[in-house]
Ligand binder design. Structure first.
Ligand SMILES: NC(=O)c1ccc[n+]([C@@H]2O[C@H](COP(=O)([O-])OP(=O)(O)OC[C@H]3O[C@@H](n4cnc5c(N)ncnc54)[C@H](OP(=O)(O)O)[C@@H]3O)[C@@H](O)[C@H]2O)c1
Length: 287
């Protein structure tokens, strides 16, 4: 019998690519969506790909919605073998510019919700003596970049709690995995591209925000998220998965540089890249 997997945030981007990839590989896939439009997007993509993906409605920020969604997915499938915690967003802005409310929302969606969902599926997985939980982190779960400090904080927190969970449930036959993608072409960049940013408290931030918006409008040139989806499939397919899967040359390069180079150098390169510091001699930041 096909293994059943629930993927959160399936309406688009990495989540949509993942449900299609898993369904094509023979998994019994349920994707979570927040709206009927989202469900329609999944159904259209699944029918184009000639695969079956069922959807359940779930707002991962809402505990009742999570419990109802897991119950519905469990009854649809007869029991979940896997959970892919993919739903998330990236709060852009200098650390001091992001309000407490936005910080709480970032941590709720990216940290509290994945663990709440893990808590809901673990009793059944433990009873079965098998199961898999895949948490979608990011390269910024391993390093921090200016102007995405709170997003980075959420992914660092997700990594910390996932490492603990992995050790806690391994004895029950449940494997817990982190995926660490670099930058991929999805709508995660849309709010920044559209200029939906916090008010800058410093003129230097204002310049950097304008530059980030311009860069986000070019995000269509970034690699296809199907590469992340294939890595999720690998993490589910492998009998004994590794703890971390890094996806993308930018992520591999960034993690290696952070580990091998002195911090003043990596700080400088990252600050120039976002327009907060100047290149030597020219006195100008990177164009
Ligand atoms: N793209 C990248 O470069 C990149 C790199 C590293 C890590 N990631 C991670 O990959 C994951 C997916 O991101 P993406 O790039 O595919 O972004 P995306 O295209 O913006 O898709 C985000 C998905 O998450 C869903 N979502 C957001 N908040 C939710 C909530 N409260 N409840 C339920 N669903 C929610 C969205 O649903 P709606 O359609 O209802 O909004 C959408 O399906 C995130 O965890 C992100 O941090 C992305």
């Amino acid at each position: 019998m096909a293994r059943s997997v629930l993927v959160t945030g399936a309406s688009r981007g990495i989540g949509l690519a993942t449900v299609l990839e898993l369904a094509a590989a023979g998994y019994d896939v349920v994707g979570t969506v927040r709206t009927s439009d989202g469900a329609g997007q999944v159904q259209r993509a699944a029918s184009e790909r000639r695969v079956r993906v069922r959807t359940v409605e779930m707002d991962v920020d809402d505990a009742d919605s999570c419990a109802e969604g897991i119950a519905r997915a469990t009854s649809l499938t007869g029991g979940l073998w896997g959970l892919v915690n993919n739903a998330g967003f990236a709060q852009f802005g200098a650390v001091e510019d992001v309000s407490d409310d936005l910080v709480r929302r970032q941590l709720e969606t990216n940290v509290v919700a994945p663990i709440r969902l893990a808590r809901l599926v673990l009793p059944d997985m433990r009873a079965q003596g098998r199961g898999r939980i895949v948490n979608m982190s990011s390269v910024v779960g391993r390093l921090s970049t200016p102007l995405t400090g709170w997003y980075s904080a959420s992914k660092h927190a997700l990594e910390g709690v996932t490492d603990a969970l992995r050790m806690e449930v391994e004895g029950d036959g449940v494997h817990v995995v982190l995926i660490e993608p670099g930058m991929f072409g999805t709508e995660i960049w849309a709010p920044t591209a559209e200029g939906s940013l916090p008010a800058p408290t410093s003129p230097r931030y204002a310049v950097a925000y304008a530059r980030a918006s311009a860069a986000a409008r070019r995000s269509g040139r970034l690699p296809d998220p199907v590469r992340v989806a294939r890595t999720v499939r690998l993490a589910l397919d492998q009998p004994v998965p590794v703890a971390r899967y890094v996806v993308g040359v930018d992520a591999i390069g960034g993690i290696l540089a952070q580990r091998l180079l002195p911090t003043p150098l990596t700080d400088y390169v990252k600050s120039v890249a976002v327009g907060l510091r100047s290149l030597p001699l020219t006195g100008r930041s990177r164009p």
